[in-house]
Design a protein around this ligand. Structure first.
Ligand code: NAG
Ligand code: NAG
Ligand code: NAG
Ligand code: NAG
Ligand code: NAG
Length: 322
């Protein structure tokens, strides 16, 4: 059995409201992002939502800006008419914005253009991305997922950020939310609210960062709720590596076409930087736990690994060390 450092799900509300920018990749009209916006707002935070106009899953950190107004067939779930401007606010709620770009471009538009109007001279304390419709586990998803792409884009800018991904992968509009506490979007939103409260507890965000510079969190929520035997998944610290998969390719015997097959591969599970004792986020969030991994955007191999390579190649490649 793993040694788990679990934090209880139930948690007190946050003392002082944070300036939170909420974004995602499944579009500004998805049920999960709207539920997260509502839950964070209800917990006393100053929340601004800037999400992609359309579904932008699988875009990773790709940075694509709009070059036209909204084109046919309009925004996700008919949320924006074709011909509308490349960005805009909801007519009922001026804190809900769409932007017609990839997740990385969308969060950047939120940071540079929209947030200063909402938060004035006070900075964004936290970017919350998601909850994604479906989990994003392992280093391979770190580069593939738009939810995580928006997150590391914010971390690169110096803003603490958390990617949330939920086990329930249903792509659906906020208009389908039942409004019941056990709606999967509302359940995931409570996990978001609780983790933000845990991160913020005891921190005066106007004096201190919520997470160190260059560091963010990747959080994977299991499928849970009244219909499942998982009802209250505790938070558990994990690492990205450990039981993680990458794509491999096989040839389909009947069609002769290449098909993707998940493979637990050695490279993606080499624990170079993670806390040794922590379990992998992939097996952890497949069970009844919410996996909390701490990542950094410093992709340099650590010194203990880089130095021996530098030493071996010292006659051919100049180094300040040798
Ligand atoms: C884009 O939308 C704006 C605002 O509605 C409008 O003024 C502009 O003419 C539109 N541009 C194009 C190329 O349709
Ligand atoms: C996932 O969410 C959809 C939409 O709310 C719901 O119909 C479905 O039952 C959920 N699946 C699970 C396994 O909870
Ligand atoms: C947090 O810090 C700010 C700026 O220093 C200060 O004005 C505020 O009173 C502090 N809030 C709390 C709850 O201590
Ligand atoms: C193709 O057939 C082989 C041998 O029967 C089998 O092992 C393999 O899984 C099949 N591959 C695919 C992609 O169906
Ligand atoms: C839930 O129930 C299934 C089927 O009984 C079982 O295989 C699984 O381990 C259970 N999961 C948890 C988290 O208890």
């Amino acid at each position: 059995m793993w040694k788990l450092s679990a934090l209880l799900l139930a948690f007190v509300s946050c003392a002082a409201g944070l300036n939170i920018l909420v974004t995602n990749d499944d579009s500004w009209a998805s049920a999960n992002i709207r539920a997260a916006f509502d839950a964070l707002k209800a917990d006393g935070h100053n929340v601004l939502l800037v999400g992609p106009a359309i579904q932008q899953s699988g875009k990773g950190g790709t940075f694509v800006l709009p070059t036209t107004n909204i084109t046919h067939p309009g925004g996700e779930f008919d949320s924006i008419p074709a011909g509308a401007p490349f960005f805009g606010a909801d007519s009922q709620n001026g804190d809900l914005f769409y932007f017609n770009g990839t997740p990385s471009a969308t969060v950047t538009f939120g940071i540079d253009i929209i947030a200063p109007k909402k938060f004035g001279s006070t900075p964004i304390d936290l970017v919350v991305s998601g909850p994604n419709e479906g989990q994003n586990n392992g280093p391979f998803l770190y580069t593939l997922s738009g939810t995580i792409g928006a997150t590391y884009t914010a971390v690169e800018r110096g803003i603490p950020a958390i990617a949330f991904s939920a086990g329930n992968g249903t792509h659906r509009s906020f208009t389908t939310n039942t409004g019941e506490p056990n709606d999967p979007a509302n359940l995931a939103a409570q996990v978001v609210k609780n983790l933000v409260a845990i991160i913020a507890a005891g921190v005066n965000a106007s004096q201190e960062r919520l997470l160190p510079l260059g560091v963010g969190l990747n959080v994977n929520i299991p499928t849970f709720g009244p219909a499942s035997n998982c009802t209250a998944p505790p938070f558990v610290f994990t690492r990205l590596t450990g039981g993680a998969t990458v794509n491999s390719i096989a040839i389909d015997n009947t069609t002769g076409l290449p098909v993707e097959v998940d493979l637990v591969a050695t490279g993606v599970n080499s624990n170079i930087n993670g806390v040794r004792e922590d379990p992998g986020e992939t097996p952890t969030s497949a069970d009844c736990f919410t996996a909390v991994s701490i990542f950094s955007v410093d992709y340099d191999a650590p010194e203990r690994i880089a130095r021996p390579i530098q030493h071996r190649l010292r006659n051919s490649i100049r180094s300040t060390q040798f």
